[in-house]
Design a protein around this ligand. Structure first.
Ligand SMILES: *Cc1c(COP(=O)(O)O)cnc(C)c1O
Length: 421
C-alpha cells in the first residue's frame, strides 16, 4: 500500500500532482511520500508492540536527511554501514544511542568517530574487527558495546547479490565458531558484549529462512548465557521483501514477521532490534521520468527515457523488475504496445525493461517507476556526466526539493586539474 494513486486522471504523490513536480523540478527525479514512509515504519513498530524493541531503519536504502528526520521523529533508530552514514544520521539529529553500526569493513577512523560521537552498538563481523574495536576503545578509556554478527548458514532464497546468510558469504562469524569468539570477546579490555546480531539478506519473500535463522539465534542465546555471557539484546537484521509487481504474490506482512519474532525469540527477555530498509522506503518512492523518443528498431520499439542506469541501477545490477506506469492515467480501451524501455547511457546494460507491454506513449509523456524508493537514489551516480538525480519529498499537498539537481558547472568544478596541464 502506498500513496501514489491516480486522481482525476493524473498520478499523484499524496495530494501533489506529478505533473506539477515535473514542471517545477524537471525530470528525472525521485519523489517520496511521507505518509508511506510513516505507515511502513509504524507497521514494524506496532508489529513488535509488547516487547522492548527499537526499529533501526537501514539508511543505506534511502539516506536523505529529510527521510531520516521523518523516521527519527517517529522514534526510529538508524542502522549505518559507514562513517559517512554515521555522520549523516548525526547531522539529521539522530542521537548516537539510537545508531547501530553494521558492516564488514569498519575502519579505525570510523570506529573512533562512532565511539567519540556515541553509539548504541557495533555489530561486529570478524575477530580482527573485534580486536581493532577493543584496542581503539581501550585507548580511549571506554568499553564498546558490541553484538557479534553470526552467520547462521541459511539460504535466504533471494538474488545472489543480496543473500548474506550462507557460509560462503563474506558476512558475519560462522555460527559454529560463535561460542569461541564470544569467549575471546569477553576477555578483551575494550569490549562489552551485549547481544547477538544476524542479517541473512534482502528482498526475502518467505518467512521460513527468517524462522530458521531466528531459531538458531535463540539456541545460541541459551548456550551463550550458559557460558556466562549477559545476552540482553538481539539484532535480527532487515530483509523483508516488497512486492515489485502488482501481479506477484504478496510477500509476508510486517505483522506476520513480528509474530514470527515473538514466537522464536519473544520469551528470552531480550530487547529486540530490527533493521528494515527496503520495506520502509521501497514503495515510498517513485522515479519520475520523461520519454525523449520513441524509436522504431528492427522488429523492436524502443522507449527512450531521460532516466538511465546511473539514476536507477537495480534493473541492470539485480535484473530487477519495476512497474513503469504513465503519469496520465490510461483510459479504458487505450492502445497498448510492446517496448524495450531504455535510457540514454552508452551501454546496452542501460535497459530498464525488455518487451514490456505498456499503454502507447509518445515523446514528452511522463512515466513513473514504482517501488523505486529503496536502493534507487542512493545508488545513483554521475556516469556519462549526467547530473545526480534530484530528490523531492511530498507531505500532504506540499512538496520540497530535498536534494537539488547539480548544474553542469557544479559537477565539472569538482575536478581539479594538475598545474602541469
Ligand atoms: C542492507 C542491510 C539491511 C537492510 O536490508 P533491507 O533488505 O533493505 O531491509 C539491514 N541490515 C544490514 C546489516 C544490512 O546490510
Amino acid at each position: 500500500m502506498d500513496h501514489f494513486l491516480y486522481r482525476d486522471g493524473v498520478l499523484h504523490a499524496e495530494d501533489v500532482s506529478l505533473l506539477d513536480i515535473a514542471a517545477s523540478v524537471g525530470t528525472p527525479a525521485y519523489v517520496y511520500s511521507t505518509a508511506t514512509l510513516t505507515r511502513h515504519f509504524r507497521l514494524f513498530d506496532e508489529a513488535l508492540e509488547g516487547m522492548p524493541h527499537l526499529v533501526c531503519y537501514a539508511m543505506k536504502a534511502a539516506s536523505n536527511q529529510a527521510i531520516l528526520k521523518t523516521l527519527a521523529a517517529l522514534g526510529a533508530g538508524m542502522d549505518v554501514v559507514s562513517g559517512g552514514e554515521y555522520a549523516r544520521a548525526r547531522a539529521a539529529g539522530v542521537p548516537g544511542e539510537r545508531i547501530v553500526f553494521s558492516g564488514v569493513g569498519k575502519t579505525e577512523e570510523e570506529i573512533r568517530a562512532a565511539l567519540e560521537g556515541g553509539i548504541r552498538q557495533f555489530n561486529v563481523e570478524s575477530e580482527p574487527e573485534l580486536l581493532a574495536i577493543s584496542r581503539i576503545a581501550a585507548s580511549m578509556g571506554v568499553r564498546a558495546p558490541v553484538t557479534l554478527r553470526v552467520n547462521p548458514d541459511v539460504d535466504a532464497k533471494t538474488h545472489a547479490k543480496i543473500a548474506t546468510g550462507k557460509s560462503e558469504n563474506k558476512f558475519g562469524i560462522p555460527i559454529a565458531k560463535a561460542r569461541a569468539v564470544y569467549a575471546e570477546a569477553a576477555a578483551l579490555p575494550g569490549i562489552e558484549v551485549i547481544g547477538i546480531d544476524v542479517h541473512i539478506g534482502s528482498q526475502l519473500t518467505d518467512l521460513a529462512p527468517f524462522e530458521a535463522a531466528y531459531r538458531k539465534v535463540a539456541d545460541l542465546t541459551a548456550a551463550l548465557r550458559n557460558d556466562g555471557h549477559d545476552i540482553r539484546r538481539l539484532d535480527l537484521g532487515g530483509g523483508l521483501g516488497i512486492p515489485y509487481t502488482r501481479s506477484n504474490e504478496a510477500p509476508p506482512l510486517p505483522t506476520e514477521y513480528g509474530a514470527l519474532i515473538k514466537r522464536t525469540v519473544g520469551d528470552l527477555g531480550c530487547e529486540v532490534e530490527i533493521e528494515p530498509g527496503r520495506l520502509i522506503a521501497g514503495n515510498a518512492g517513485i522515479l519520475l521520468s520523461r520519454v525523449i523518443y520513441v524509436k522504431e528498431g528492427e522488429g523492436r520499439r524502443f522507449l527512450i527515457l531521460d532516466a538511465a542506469m546511473n539514476d536507477l541501477i537495480r534493473p541492470a545490477m539485480y535484473d530487477a523488475w519495476h512497474d513503469i506506469v504513465p503519469v496520465i492515467e490510461p483510459q479504458p480501451g487505450h492502445e497498448r504496445t510492446v517496448y524495450d524501455i531504455v535510457g540514454p547511457v552508452c551501454e546496452s546494460g542501460d535497459t530498464f525493461a525488455k518487451s514490456r507491454e505498456m499503454p502507447e506513449l509518445k515523446a514528452g509523456d511522463l512515466v513513473a517507476f514504482r517501488s523505486a524508493g529503496a536502493y534507487g537514489a542512493v545508488m545513483s551516480s554521475e556516469y556519462n556526466t549526467r547530473p545526480l538525480v534530484p530528490e523531492v519529498l511530498v507531505k500532504d499537498d506540499h512538496h520540497a526539493v530535498i536534494r537539488a539537481r547539480p548544474s553542469f558547472d557544479e559537477i565539472i568544478s569538482r575536478d581539479t586539474v594538475p598545474e602541469w596541464l
